[in-house]
Design a protein around this ligand. Structure first.
Ligand code: SAH
Length: 277
């Protein structure tokens, strides 16, 4: 089992919804304990037009930004798994963010993707991926496809990904991205992920990227014995706790806390308002 230092996290949340131009994101930011005193304050995406003309950014610019992100925000924030570090340096995060945020695609904070949702902070994606401890060929379920970035990071590790998104247009956009980028080992659908994906289970690992106030029973049931789930659990709009849950046998599970986090809530189909971004 990996030696994991407990995390205490600071989270900054700014919430609101709006049209494309005045859209303000749900910002979830997590800082590792070691960073509380020696990290500069985490910045938020700028809401004013960027000084950089995003159309002039080249593949080389994105690659350089990605390399800097890996050094500063992934290795620099304590991610140690070599395979996770490698894939964070490969997956093109800029392909998963809206055009107006291209210049911030590799910054260590979440960015708005419309419908009041966000693409998660790169560090959180790396942390959750590391804690899942997946192996080549594993079957992994993700609840909360969002932009599709977390699913792509998992696929890049050589696992088979099943991902569910409750907001139809986000599910469609992510599916288009998977196709365009050649992630054929990702299967996605538009549905309420609370119930998991029984026909495709059981899974070696389950990652939940929106926060319920309890661990959904169907997800526990769809985890293989020996499998791992990483899930934030807690009150809507409050601080949630990120848990790593391992299934020990048919009936028992072992859980350990990875620290405080702030995620968008796991909604249910009747609560979702699929309004235009
Ligand atoms: N993993 C995403 C980040 C997701 S933000 C990424 O890499 O970009 C959380 C996502 O969970 C949102 O898109 C939200 O719509 C979705 N979500 C919330 N409740 C859900 C549910 N019950 N089932 C499936 N998806 C859900």
């Amino acid at each position: 089992m990996r030696n994991f230092a407990p995390l205490i996290c600071i989270l900054i949340l700014l919430c609101s919804c709006g049209s494309r131009t005045d859209l303000q994101p749900t910002q979830a930011t997590i800082l590792p304990k070691a960073s509380l005193t020696n990290m500069p304050a985490t910045s938020s995406p700028s809401k004013t037009p960027s000084a950089i003309d995003t159309l002039t950014l080249t593949d080389q610019d994105f690659q350089d930004a990605r390399e800097r992100m890996v050094i500063r925000s992934i290795e620099g924030w304590g991610i140690e798994d070599a395979a996770v570090i490698e894939v964070m340096g490969i997956v093109p995060r800029h392909e998963f963010v809206p055009e107006q945020y291209l210049d911030q695609a590799y910054e260590n904070y979440p960015l708005p993707i419309g419908y009041g949702q966000t693409i998660s902070q790169p560090y959180i994606v790396a942390l959750m991926t590391q804690e899942l401890g997946v192996s080549l060929g594993d079957r992994v379920l993700e609840i909360g496809t969002g932009s599709g970035y977390q699913a792509a990071v998992l696929a890049q590790l050589g696992v088979e990904v099943y991902t569910i998104e409750i907001i139809g247009p986000l599910a469609e956009l992510a599916a288009e991205r998977f196709e365009k980028l050649g992630y054929s080992q990702i299967t996605s659908k538009h549905d309420d992920g609370y119930y998991g994906w029984e026909e495709e289970g059981p899974f070696d690992a389950i990652v939940v990227t929106a926060a319920p106030d309890h661990v959904p029973q169907p997800l526990l049931a769809q985890l293989k014995v020996g499998g791992t789930m990483v899930i934030p659990v807690g009150p809507i709009g409050g601080i949630q706790e990120l848990w790593r849950i391992t299934r020990l046998d048919e009936e028992s599970y072992q859980s350990s806390s990875l620290g405080g986090v702030r995620f968008v809530p796991l909604t249910r189909i009747d609560e979702t308002q699929e309004e235009a971004p």
